[in-house]
Unconditional design. Structure first.
Length: 123
């Protein structure tokens, strides 16, 4: 069964624009259930992007399992390979976009690595 890796925008956009936590309880109950079942996960860098002492952080703390936000330190070797590859293609990307993608504090590149790792573990 596939496991989906969620970015911070999934939570932020849902909470702020489409499914406010206090209104769309069915949506958030489903997210919680998928997380408890291990069908959706995320990473520690997303957690850092979400936790701003607000209702969304409170919901995450109270509803997501302890292992929901996966540690990305285990993919640092693979991250180094992504950096080398991205730099080799730097003429294809705007410098600002490349810089943002490769920022080790941002979640984007690490999400890709966790997705790949999750898929390989399922095989």
């Amino acid at each position: 069964m596939p496991v989906y890796v969620l970015d911070s925008n999934f939570f932020i956009q849902a909470h702020r624009f489409y499914y406010p936590i206090d209104v769309a309880t069915g949506f958030w109950n489903k997210v919680r259930q998928l997380a408890v079942d291990g069908r959706v996960i995320s990473i520690d860098k997303v957690k850092k992007e979400l936790y701003y002492n607000d209702a969304l952080e409170e919901w995450c703390r109270n509803n997501l399992p302890a292992n929901f936000f996966r540690d990305t330190s285990m993919v640092m070797e693979e991250y180094a390979k992504v950096v080398v590859w991205a730099m080799s293609k730097s003429n294809h990307y705007l410098p600002g976009a490349l810089e943002e993608f490769l920022n080790a504090d941002e979640a984007d590149a690490f999400l890709v690595l966790i997705v790949l790792q999750t898929q390989l573990t399922e095989l």
